[in-house]
Write a new protein. Structure first.
Length: 101
């Protein structure tokens, strides 16, 4: 896994700057379309939010009834996600070869 010192250092500022799930209507529409398409999946998942950051979209999908795991290489971002969404399944990692995810 690649270290993420920049994201770790800026996790607090990022979380304060983007305190809600969506930065734009386009982003919300994309997740809505994704969730609509997934309604056909038996047992509602699992869904993996790769690069989940502070966890907003993963939490939104979980609130819609999907089984969600959020993953991010930044410990700082995941710390924020865990504080805000303590029931959300979160794993530190990335999708590189040999990753825990």
């Amino acid at each position: 896994m690649t270290a993420q010192p920049g994201y770790d250092a800026l996790a607090g500022l990022y979380d304060e700057t983007f305190p809600t799930a969506y930065g734009s209507e386009t982003e919300r529409a994309a997740v809505d379309l994704f969730a609509t398409a997934l309604r056909e999946v038996p047992d509602r998942g699992p869904v993996v939010d790769v690069g989940c950051g502070t966890g907003h979209q993963a939490h939104d999908l979980a609130a819609r009834g999907f089984r969600v795991v959020g993953t991010d290489p930044s410990a700082g971002m995941l710390e924020r996600a865990r504080r805000r969404f303590p029931d959300l399944a979160l794993v530190q990692g990335d999708l590189s070869a040999g990753s825990e995810c």
